[in-house]
Design a protein around this ligand. Sequence first.
Ligand code: CAA
Length: 293
Amino acid sequence: KRPVGVPDKSLARKVTKVGIIGAGLMASQLALLFLRRLQVPVVLTDLDQERVDKGVGYVHAEIDKLVAKKRMDEGTAAKLRLLVSGSVDKSVFADADFVIEAVFENLDLKKQIWAEFEKIVKPEAILATNTSSLSITEMAADLEHPERLVGFHFFNPVAVLPLLEIIRGEKTDDATLATAFEVGKTLKKSSVLVKDAPAFVVNRLLTRVTSEIFQAVDAGTPLDVVNVAMDPLGLPMRPIALLQLVGPAVAYHVGETLHAAFPDRYVDSPNLKRIVDSKLPVMVDKEINPEVI
Ligand code: CAA
């Protein structure tokens, strides 16, 4: 049964090539997922060749691991290795039908990127953003074709977590939304249509947890104490380990969006800011890094 608000799949466009903007933590995981599930050419781009090579290198290494674990046969692996590529030359996106962006969580940067890519990609290409918190409507505001931008938000680790938040902006059209849901199905994710509201659904909850924890830290409870204090809740991962997995800077920027929207509920923690500015890992060998305490 089709969920409420999801257009008929007959409106979905065919996806025969995927473009990924960014080659970092999320982007390279997305490249692997699209490659495995869609088995179409996937191209990555980033600011410089070193980043691009790192992203493609990650995909190759993960394919090797899957083969070693006997979860992928060598024939499929050989085919997928040929389908993934990276380039700093953005013209390779010209024939992509589905372009997903997973860059730094900053609205101006994302708007600038879409303005640039809109001139490169074909008119019917779907533009998807993996933003964790930013407004899809605002991100699309200056586009020539705002109707083809859609929120397409994954969770880390992408290979394991089944949820996909799909977000319709004010101008997103039915064909774009239908394609997003069909792609979500091919990726074997559980797609949910969520409102274009600050940080959508899941990050509102996760950020609220982080926000409360850092209020306790700001009030004087040591970070290593709050880290273990959550154990009785039986979460799959301690919240500070999760902060490390997501990246403190990403979590901080999501927090900024939520703090601006709901200042009474989400604090702007000086201790979290200090950790982000230090660029040090919060966790080392499953313990809080003594350098950040
Ligand atoms: N990439 C690929 N596979 C991974 C992986 C990764 N980074 N991390 C773990 N896995 C796989 C393992 O290979 C293993 O697979 P098999 O069982 O098939 O061998 C499986 O996941 C379980 O891993 P482990 O046994 O090592 O460890 P675990 O049982 O503790 O699970 C976890 C690890 C899946 C990460 C789990 O701790 C978990 O779900 N943590 C919570 C993660 C979470 O909440 N993420 C959301 C973050 S918010 C976000 O991403 C959105 C945002 O916008 C900021």
